[in-house]
Design a binder for this molecule. Structure first.
Ligand code: COA
Length: 372
C-alpha cells in the first residue's frame, strides 16, 4: 500500500466530496471565480503595518502600506509549495493572474466601489451555485463543513490539478492519486475478496437469474450490474442514495448497519430481497429497491410481496433503471410464489408505478409511533 504524502492526503480528502463529474465541472468554473472575487475584495482593503523594534540605543521602525491581498497571496502560495513544489510553480502564473494580477487591473481601471460591489455579488452567487451543486450532485454537504481551512486553501489547486489531469499532464501523479483513492474506497472491495460471496450477499444471487435473463433488460444490464445488496455496499454511495428517499436525522454507525444486514440475512432469512444497480464503469451504486415477503394465514397461506424503498440516483433517472429494478422485483415475487405485490407511494410517483404495471388500490393509513 502506498503511504500518502501531504498532497495526496489533501487531494483524497477533497476528492471524497467531489466525485460527480457535474459537480467537478461546477467547481472548475466557480472556484476560480470565488478565488478571484475574494482577492478583488482583499485587494481593495488597505493594510498598514507599523512596527518599532529594538531598544533606545538601536531602535528601528518598519512601515509597510499594502493590501490584505498580498499576505493572503503568500499564505496560499506557501501552502501550495508545501504540497508539491513543481505543481505550485506550474500553478503560479494562473494563480497570480486570478489573485493579484487581475484584481489590481480592475481596481486601477474602474471605480473601486463599483468593483467591490460587483465582486461581492458574484462571490455570493458563486457560493450559492456551489452549495446547490453539492446538494443535488453529491448529496452531501461541502467539504468545508468538515475542514474549513483545508477546503478553502485546497479548492483552487484541486481545480488546477483536475484541469491538468484532463489535459493529459502529470499522468504519473494522476494514476498514483487514483490508485490511492481506489485503495481507500476499495477497503471494502478488498474485504469482499476475502468474504465468500454467499456471506457477503443478502440472498443468493442465483434467485435473480431467471428474472435477469429476460431480453428486455439487456440494455440496462450491459451498463449496470443488477445484484443482491452486499454488506460491503453499506458505504457512503449506498447510504447517500437512501438519503434521497428519507435522510435520517442521526446516522447509525457502520457497525449497526452491518448488524441489521446480518439480521436481515440470517434471522429473517428469505424475507428481505434488496437489489441494487451498480454502474459497471465506476462501481457506484446508482439504484436500489426492496421486496419484503409476508407470509399470511389468509388466502390459503398465501404470500404477499411488499415493495419498498425504490430509488434511483438523480443523475441516473429517466433511463428506465427504476422500471427495470421494479420489474425484476415483480418477477422475483412471482418466483417466490407471491400472489400479489403492494406498495405505498407519494401521489407524484403514481404514474411511474402505473407504467410498471401496478394499479391504484385502497387508501394508505398511517400513525407515526416514533419520530424518525
Ligand atoms: C421514482 C423513481 C424511482 C423513478 O426512477 P427512474 O429510473 O427515473 O424511472 P424510469 O426511467 O424507469 O421511468 C419509467 C417510466 O416512468 C416514467 N416516470 C418516472 N418517474 C415518473 C414520475 N415521477 N411521474 C411520472 N412518470 C414518471 C418515466 O417517464 C418512464 O416513462 P416511459 O416508460 O414512458 O419512458 C426515481 O424518480 C426516484 O428515485 N425518485 C426519488 C425517490 C422516490 O420518490 N422513490 C419512490 C418511493 S415510493
Amino acid at each position: 500500500m502506498i503511504k500518502p504524502d501531504k498532497l495526496t492526503k489533501s487531494y483524497l480528502f477533497y476528492r471524497e466530496y467531489h466525485k460527480q463529474p457535474g459537480n467537478v465541472l461546477v467547481h472548475k468554473i466557480f472556484v476560480p471565480i470565488l478565488l478571484h472575487t475574494a482577492f478583488v475584495l482583499l485587494a481593495s482593503k488597505d493594510l498598514h503595518i507599523n512596527a518599532t523594534f529594538g531598544s533606545d540605543g538601536a531602535s528601528g521602525h518598519f512601515q509597510c502600506d499594502t493590501t490584505f491581498a498580498i499576505p493572503a497571496f503568500f499564505i496560499y502560495f506557501l501552502y501550495y509549495l508545501r504540497l508539491r513544489v513543481s505543481l505550485a510553480l506550474l500553478y503560479l502564473p494562473v494563480f497570480y493572474l486570478l489573485t493579484l494580477g487581475l484584481a489590481s487591473f480592475w481596481l486601477s481601471h474602474f471605480e473601486v466601489s463599483l468593483v467591490e460591489r460587483l465582486a461581492f455579488r458574484i462571490h455570493i452567487v458563486s457560493w450559492i451555485v456551489q452549495f446547490i451543486s453539492h446538494k443535488y450532485s453529491e448529496h452531501r454537504r461541502p467539504a468545508l463543513f468538515k475542514n474549513l481551512v483545508q477546503s478553502l486553501m485546497f479548492a483552487p489547486i484541486f481545480v488546477f490539478i483536475e484541469t491538468v489531469f484532463s489535459l493529459g499532464m502529470y499522468s504519473h501523479l494522476k494514476s498514483r492519486l487514483h490508485r490511492l483513492e481506489r485503495e481507500r474506497t476499495g477497503g471494502l472491495q478488498k474485504m469482499e475478496k476475502f468474504l465468500p460471496k454467499a456471506d457477503n450477499e443478502l440472498f443468493p444471487h442465483e434467485v435473480l437469474h431467471p428474472a435477469l435473463s429476460q431480453p428486455e433488460f439487456r440494455r440496462i444490464t450491459s451498463r449496470y450490474v443488477i445484484r443482491p445488496l452486499r454488506q460491503t455496499d453499506l458505504t457512503q454511495d449506498y447510504l447517500y442514495l437512501l438519503d434521497v428517499l428519507a435522510a435520517a436525522k442521526e446516522k447509525p454507525s457502520l457497525y449497526h448497519y452491518k448488524d441489521m444486514f446480518y439480521d436481515m440475512k440470517k434471522r429473517y432469512e428469505d424475507t428481505y430481497f434488496i437489489i441494487v444497480a451498480q454502474d459497471h464503469e465506476t462501481g457506484v451504486i446508482v439504484g436500489t429497491a426492496s421486496l419484503i415477503i409476508e407470509h399470511k394465514f389468509i388466502r390459503g397461506l398465501g404470500t404477499c410481496g411488499h415493495i419498498e424503498d425504490v430509488v434511483v440516483h438523480p443523475q441516473y433517472q429517466g433511463q428506465s433503471l427504476g422500471k427495470t429494478l421494479l420489474t425484476i422485483l415483480i418477477d422475483l415475487a412471482k418466483i417466490l410464489d407471491c400472489y400479489k405485490v403492494i406498495l405505498d407511494c407519494d401521489e407524484e410517483n403514481v404514474e411511474f408505478y402505473h407504467k410498471c404495471g401496478l394499479k391504484r388500490a385502497g387508501a394508505q393509513m398511517k400513525l407515526y409511533l416514533k419520530q424518525h
